[in-house]
Design a protein around this ligand. Structure first.
Ligand SMILES: [Zn+2]
Length: 253
C-alpha cells in the first residue's frame, strides 16, 4: 500500500484518460491520492475529483506563480473552498524565486496569508520552495506551530535540518531516481523515515526510464523502491511507514 501525496490529476495532461489513470493507480496498489490545488480553478477541480473518487482527497491553494493576481475575490473564494469536505491541507503554497513568475513581494503576501489560513483552520500546509529557503523559513517560523510538508524537496542540507527541527515532513518526487540526483539522494538518506512521504508531482518529473513521458500516480512505486534502497530498508517497511506518516499528516480516515 502506497500513497501519492502530491499530484495534479486535474491538469489537461489527463483530460483524455483521467479515470483510467486514477483507477489504474488504485488497482496497482496506490491506496490514496492527494490531488493538490495549485490555483483557484485547480482547487475546484481537485475538489471535484475528491467528490468522484473515495480514494482521492484534495488540497486547496494558490501557487506562488499566481501571486500577482491575488486579490480580495480570491481570498473569499479560497476561504470557501478550504472549508469543503475532503480538503486535507492548504497548498500548494510557498515561494519560487527560480521562475519568478510573480513578484517576490506579492509571493510573500500570498504565502503569509495562506499560512495563516491553514493555522486558523487547523490544516497542514503543502509547501513549494524553489531557491527561497530563507524567506520560506522566515514566514513559517512567524506562524509556528504549523504542520507542514516541504514538497519536491530541493534545498540544501542546512534547510533540511531546519525543516526537520521545526517538525516538518519532507517529500521527495521521482526525480530522486535520476542519475545526476546524488545530492538529493544524500539528503533523502539523512531524512528520518518517520518524516518522509512519497509523491509523484504528476504529470511532472517522471521516473528515470520514463523521462519525456507523462508522470502518473502509479509510478510512485518506482520512488518507493529507490527510497527503500537509499534508506537500506525493505520495500514493505518503507511503504508501511510512509503510508502511516501520510495518513497521520493529512488526517485520512
Ligand atoms: Zn505540485
Amino acid at each position: 500500500m502506497l500513497i501519492d501525496t502530491h499530484c495534479h490529476l486535474d491538469f489537461p495532461e489527463f483530460d483524455k484518460d483521467r479515470d483510467e489513470v486514477a483507477q489504474g493507480a488504485k488497482n496497482e496498489g496506490v491506496d490514496y491520492i492527494i490531488n493538490i490545488g495549485s490555483g483557484l480553478l485547480a482547487s475546484e477541480k481537485a475538489l471535484e475529483l475528491a467528490r468522484l473518487y473515495d480514494f482521492i482527497y484534495a488540497t486547496v491553494g494558490i501557487h506562488p506563480h499566481e501571486a500577482d493576481k491575488f486579490d480580495d475575490g480570491a481570498k473569499t473564494r479560497i476561504e470557501e473552498l478550504a472549508k469543503k469536505d475532503k480538503v486535507v491541507a492548504i497548498g500548494e503554497t510557498g515561494l519560487d524565486y527560480y521562475k519568478n513568475y510573480s513578484k517576490a513581494e506579492n509571493q510573500k503576501i500570498l504565502f503569509t496569508y495562506l499560512v495563516k489560513l491553514a493555522v486558523d483552520l487547523r490544516l497542514p500546509l503543502v509547501i513549494h520552495n524553489r531557491q527561497a529557503q530563507e524567506d520560506t523559513l522566515k514566514i513559517l517560523k512567524q506562524a509556528m506551530p504549523v504542520k507542514a510538508v516541504v514538497h519536491c524537496f530541493s534545498g540544501d542540507a542546512n534547510f533540511l535540518k531546519e525543516c526537520l527541527d521545526l517538525g516538518f515532513l519532507i517529500s521527495f518526487t521521482c526525480n530522486l531516481t535520476y542519475k545526476k540526483a546524488q545530492n538529493l539522494r544524500a539528503l533523502a538518506k539523512s531524512t528520518p523515515l518517520k518524516r518522509l512521504m512519497l509523491e509523484t508531482d504528476a504529470p511532472f518529473l517522471p521516473p528515470e526510464g520514463l523521462r519525456g513521458k507523462r508522470n502518473e500516480p502509479r509510478y510512485v512505486k518506482f520512488l518507493a523502491q529507490e527510497l527503500a534502497r537509499i534508506k537500506e530498508t525493505g520495500l514493505e517497511e518503507l511503504a508501511r511507514v510512509t503510508t502511516e506518516n501520510a495518513k497521520k499528516f493529512f488526517n485520512l480516515k
